[in-house]
Write a protein that binds this ligand. Sequence first.
Ligand SMILES: Cc1ncc(COP(=O)(O)O)c(C=O)c1O
Length: 430
Amino acid sequence: MSDGPTYGFDTLQIHAGARPDPATGARQTPIYQTTAYVFRDADHAAALFNLQEVGFIYSRLTNPTVAVLQERVATLEGGVGAVCCSSGHAAQIMALFPLMGPGCNVVASTRLYGGTVTQFSQTIKRFGWSAKFVDTDDLEAVKDAIDENTRAVFCESIANPGGYVTDIRALADVADAAGLPLIVDNTSATPYLCRPIEHGATLVVHSTTKYLTGNGTVTGGCIVDSGKFDWSANDKFPSLSEPEPAYHGLKFHETFGPLAFTFHGIAIGLRDLGMTMNPQAAHYTLMGIETLSLRMERHVENARKIAAWLEADDRVDYVTYAGLPSSPYHDRVTAHYPRGAGALFTFAVKGGYDACVKLVNALEIFSHVANLGDARSLIIHSASTTHRQLTPEQQEAAGAGPGVVRVSIGIEDADDLIADLDQALSKASA
Ligand SMILES: Cc1ncc(COP(=O)(O)O)c(C=O)c1O
């Protein structure tokens, strides 16, 4: 699309980043199923390898199909650039990689996807990094947790699984005052419901595996850069502000300005960590994004109906959906997430752990899977699966205690989903 008028979300989700294929006129973005790209001549190759010219070298770094997806997600999130990679977890490592070094820490919300809690509390230690977990509603606790070795603050916009909604602006202000970037995992909200950069986030990460693709076909991740952070304001981010030996002393921030993080992600991150998205995955995700707004509207509409029905049911103890008027986050949702609180929430079944297991086994339309953000409705007992590696305290803090199940409400007929829950709850409480 040309740099002309500003288009609406529904137009951008179909067109941003894409143009008819220059070689064939193909209207849909082709799947460039190629590993390498022929250089025009030796000078062209040298310029590409020196980062003096932007182009395609090798698909571990760049690929035209993936590039369209990068531009599309960056546009929808209101960022200046994006780097796609092989999964949401890869995106988290890729986001932290330029910021961290041995001895550095990230201050992270306690309310995160269980896999992220494990990645941050266990795996990153092997790089000499660490995480400090805090309740991000307690801004004083966040301030106290930040020390001279902190390099980022990390949260989810709508947290998986608990129906918790972050006040991104308040957290961004705390990070900003400490000279730190705020990284927001926007997987559950998607840019249709929330654009964290507008609320002060520096970087946005996604598991594109979920709502962006929307059909449970491929794994992928993406990091979007706001382009607004001054990486040279202090000496905390030498990978971006200091000379890079692998590129003859090039300084990413000085050379690429607002695109420094994106260029670093491709030229160093993908080149050396190799967590690359393949063009087939990019294709499926591009197909999914074309209908993102339509799907999210239906996801939210169904989630509202089903959460209200569950809340009124005697067999259910409580429902954590932030879109319910009874939610402690209802005002925050109205102010910051006006299109709705997503379609992911937990509910507690009377009868605890055993009743949860019976419910999951009895459902017919809901699939029992470790995934979310599919067009299909999904359910999981987080404590025994996705959050299994966490301590009981961490499970409770994440909203994934043993007595709750997590649902990802799909876009089927809400009445059919309610009927399915009704019959399964009867079996669970029998
Ligand atoms: C909120 C959130 N972030 C990140 C991830 C990790 O994504 P992936 O499975 O694509 O690595 C998940 C996975 O469930 C998630 O729910």
